[in-house]
Design a protein around this ligand. Structure first.
Ligand SMILES: [Zn+2]
Length: 114
């Protein structure tokens, strides 16, 4: 049965990742940051053990060596910050234009008296 460890350092998204030490994963944390989870049949057993020990932390399987237990979307991390900054840049000039626009509106034509 494979042996699993938990990274004591959180990822940038707040997840603590579970790694399978028997796969030679290149994303394995330094030994000083490895919390031994013991032998498990598969990653789901190791993740369950980590959640039992650390119920207040977000536990996730490593994308590379415990992919069956990896749940976070990698795309979400890349999109979140740049998209909101880009939106702000585009909105500000539009607001400046619309503030001037009432003066440029054509006046209502006067009703014609018969
Ligand atoms: Zn890994």
């Amino acid at each position: 049965m494979p042996n699993f460890i938990l990274n004591s350092n959180a990822q940038s998204n707040g997840d603590h990742e579970v790694h399978n030490t028997t796969t030679g994963c290149t994303f394995m944390p330094a030994v000083s940051n490895q919390i031994d989870l013991g032998w498990h049949l598969d990653c789901s057993g190791a993740v369950a053990e980590a959640k039992r020990r650390y119920p207040n932390n977000r536990i996730n399987g490593c994308y590379y060596c415990a992919r069956a237990c990896h749940t976070s979307s990698l795309g979400l991390k890349l999109v979140a910050v740049p998209a909101s900054k880009a939106t702000v840049k585009f909105i500000i000039p539009q607001m400046t234009d619309s503030a001037d626009s009432p003066a440029r509106l054509p006046s209502q034509p006067a009703p014609v008296a018969h």
